[in-house]
Ligand binder design. Sequence first.
Ligand SMILES: NC(=O)c1ccc[n+]([C@@H]2O[C@H](COP(=O)([O-])OP(=O)(O)OC[C@H]3O[C@@H](n4cnc5c(N)ncnc54)[C@H](OP(=O)(O)O)[C@@H]3O)[C@@H](O)[C@H]2O)c1
Length: 318
Amino acid sequence: MRAIEITAPGGPEVLEWHEVPDPSVGPGDVLIDVAASAVNRADVHQRRGFYDPPPGAPLYPGLEVSGVVAAVGADVEQFKAGDEVCALLAGGGYAERVAVPWQQVMPVPEGLPLAEAAALPEVACTVWSNVFMIGRLRRGETLLVHGGASGIGTFAVQLAKALGSRVAATVGSEAKAEQVRKLGADEVVNYREEDFADRVEADVILDIMGAKYLAGNVRALRTGGRLVIIGLQGGGKAELDLGALLTKRATVHGTTLRSRPVDEKGVIVRSVVDNVWPLVEAGAVRPVVYAKVPMSQAADAHRMLDSGEHVGKILLVR
Ligand SMILES: NC(=O)c1ccc[n+]([C@@H]2O[C@H](COP(=O)([O-])OP(=O)(O)OC[C@H]3O[C@@H](n4cnc5c(N)ncnc54)[C@H](OP(=O)(O)O)[C@@H]3O)[C@@H](O)[C@H]2O)c1
């Protein structure tokens, strides 16, 4: 098969489409003929040499795919050849084929084109597990989403609105603010012009900035608030005002999805299929696809992500 190899740590030009060995299929694996993958910020960190795949994961980038099941391992009863599926991966999505533990495989939501389903696994599992399973966001509460125009943000805004919450989001331009409002956000703050903590009070915050926003996030939390940190774009070390945390009876969580064991991912994946897929099928939540780029031209897709011009997801199609 062919896959995108990272030939050396560096810029988008290090991504090359090469002939590589086919994946081996373990007894609990599903082999997928890939229709599409999608670009995540983590792929850029991996390309630059800062985010190696966890042990045992394929070396090629790509945290999600959609496609058709080509074969299943001896122990797999849940899927069969010919099924249309999408999957959450620990790596290896930028390829013609990928083998993935069955626990991380999902049916394609009914009515969704196969390629577009590649835009969902990473954002759906990240947002559902962090905002709802860990953050326990409830109907009527307020969610603050940092980076509302990102792949993660566009999904979080829609899902929280669909489940009856008030949503505030931060973005870096007026044009992006407009698009995030169209996705349903009630309040949008341009982080280049205003301090979000002066304007927003939130019960749950989904944070991608880490150190840079820690003090502001604690300030913006309501009593009983939950701050869930999933990204460190603004650094990994900061001072935490424990007094404020105590007074507000607030909690701070941090998680990564990629390094979780297969069984934990399986619990999240099943919960997503049960709780999120019906909303996608009803049209209440949809993947926001900014561009479709041929997979062999993944370098162009990374240039697009690096430029920061995108809103939502960039797909890599076969
Ligand atoms: N822990 C996990 O399991 C997990 C899983 C998935 C993703 N993530 C993290 O989630 C983040 C989003 O991922 P993605 O793939 O959706 O990336 P993406 O589409 O490239 O989005 C990056 C976002 O960061 C925003 N941003 C940059 N500076 C900001 C600031 N000062 N304040 C607020 N927002 C700012 C950008 O907003 P503008 O474009 O509006 O400037 C952009 O929307 C990344 O940090 C990624 O590592 C974590």
